[in-house]
Write a protein that binds this ligand. Structure first.
Ligand code: ZN
Length: 149
């Protein structure tokens, strides 16, 4: 039994319904760069402080790099100094889905795109950042595209 990844889990959301955007892994490999594929489909993590949107401060929206669904806005982005783009909530409650991730020994909550199942990052709670939700959606820059109006 390997750990759960979007590539292994395929078409099904954690609640058993199907993602709206479903491609074969060969199709995802064609659509994504090798590094995008490693993060979005194999639940990899980009190196800290190297993602292109970690320090992005402009107003705009963040969408899934795999399928284009809008996921986050700059209004909920905050400076966490953790090395990855951080948001305190997604654009809408149903923009993302959650999975328990035990791959690092302790349980973490993985965040995936609710439209295609692409791996985005993890969400942490109760760290005391003083944001409205006290949550930190720690998102790989490579999993998203940024668009400034
Ligand atoms: Zn997506």
């Amino acid at each position: 039994m390997g750990s759960s990844t979007p590539a292994r889990d395929g078409a099904q959301r954690p609640d058993g319904t199907n993602y709206e955007t479903v491609l074969s892994e060969d199709e995802w490999r064609e659509r994504l760069s090798p590094e995008e594929y490693r993060v979005l489909r194999e639940a990899g993590t980009e190196p800290a402080y190297q993602g292109e949107f970690t320090n992005e401060k402009r107003a705009g929206s963040y969408s899934c790099r795999a399928c284009g669904a809008e996921l986050f806005t700059s209004e909920t982005k905050f400076d966490s100094h953790c090395g990855w783009p951080s948001f305190y909530e997604p654009l809408a409650k149903d923009s993302v889905v959650y999975l328990e991730d035990k791959s690092m020994g302790s349980a973490r909550t993985e965040v995936r795109c609710a439209t295609c199942g692409g791996h985005l990052g993890h969400v942490f709670e109760g760290e005391g950042f003083g944001t409205p939700t006290d949550q930190r959606y720690c998102i790989n820059s490579i999993s998203v595209n940024f668009e400034s109006p």
